[in-house]
Design a protein around this ligand. Structure first.
Ligand SMILES: Nc1ncnc2c1ncn2[C@@H]1O[C@H](COP(=O)(O)OP(=O)(O)OP(=O)(O)O)[C@@H](O)[C@H]1O
Ligand SMILES: [Mg+2]
Length: 292
């Protein structure tokens, strides 16, 4: 048993009587389909429903969640190690008390940690599993290594798809790449589809049907439909005022959709909890894989 493994055992023993945070990784095949919007608005809705939510921004491109929430974090996840910060110090509070952690360059740097630093990181991260009920990881788009790793090691994946043909083919391509990885199939996963920017409910359902039929037939993957969010101009208007639509426009159609999707996510709770690995394990697995 190596050091990291021992630590993981220790953590799981410590936490056996305390449920781990539910980790939902939001991803997509194609960029710009609404991952960050979905992450933020679901965080708001889940918070309204009484959950303690933290968003982890694992996207290294534009800091779009920061813009959407109107916040500017001072630290990123790497500062847990490099600046010896605590979890509380790297979590920035947004609207309704939602926590936000910037991945920044920190996630890329994890590969350079020595064993002591890994242990330190894991111990600190385990705190996150106890201060949050739900952790939403917003990833970048596509098949880059970092995105794939977060998706590979999360037990719940929320795949955002829009009706554009390239969005559907890219989502399928992502599933195909994931399915080829051995680790992907080693652990039970919930793969949920959210249809974004649809014209009506039927368009969402059809989109899901198309994707789930091919995923089942060619990849033997079972997809779960979470629902759809309409194409709503108030979404863009909200971004301009640096507020999520669910806060800026409580009566918007998009807000209604996010409320109902969040209810659906809460209904899955008992079913997904048994496969939940918590945020600590997602990182532990990710670091170990990179070191191989
Ligand atoms: N349902 C919707 N209706 C209208 N506009 C939307 C909707 N969802 C997202 N948008 C708009 O689409 C744009 C891209 O959204 P967002 O930044 O959330 O996508 P993303 O997938 O995170 O992008 P990236 O791949 O660059 O990270 C934003 O301007 C957002 O306001
Ligand atoms: Mg984004």
């Amino acid at each position: 048993m190596d050091q990291a493994e021992r630590l993981r055992k220790m953590i799981s023993m410590q936490e056996s009587d305390q449920p781990l945070a539910r980790v939902i990784t939001v991803t997509s095949g194609k960029g710009g389909v609404g991952k960050s919007s979905v992450s933020v608005n679901l965080a708001i809705e889940l918070t309204k429903a009484g959950k303690r939510v933290v968003i982890l921004d694992a996207d290294f491109g534009l800091a779009n969640i920061e813009v959407m929430l109107g916040i500017r974090p001072q630290y990123n996840i790497g500062d847990l190690i490099y600046k010896d910060k605590t979890i509380e110090e790297i979590v920035t509070k947004g609207p309704l008390g939602i926590g936000f952690i910037s991945g920044g360059s920190g996630v890329q740097e994890l590969v350079n940690l020595d064993s002591n630093q890994v242990n330190q990181l894991i111990q600190k991260l385990s705190k996150l599993d106890s201060i949050a009920d739900v952790i939403i990881i917003d990833t970048g788009a596509g098949i880059s290594n970092t995105v794939l790793e977060f998706v590979l090691f999360s037990s719940e994946i929320l795949l955002v798809v829009t009706p554009e043909p390239t969005s559907i083919t890219d989502a399928y391509a992502l599933l195909k790449v994931l399915n080829r990885k051995k680790v992907f199939n080693e652990q039970e996963k919930t793969l949920s589809i959210l249809a974004n920017r649809v014209e009506n409910i039927n368009e969402g359902k059809e989109l899901f049907q198309k994707l789930s039929v091919v995923a089942d037939k060619f990849l033997n993957l079972k997809l779960n439909y979470l629902g759809c969010v309409p194409n709503d101009q108030l979404m863009q208007k909200a971004v301009l005022s640096q507020q999520p639509v669910t806060l800026a426009y409580p009566k918007a159609l998009a807000t209604e959709a996010f409320t109902s999707i969040s209810e659906g996510i809460l209904c899955q709770e008992t079913a997904v909890q048994k496969d939940n690995v918590g945020i600590t394990n997602v990182f532990l697995k990710l670091i170990r894989r990179r070191r191989k």
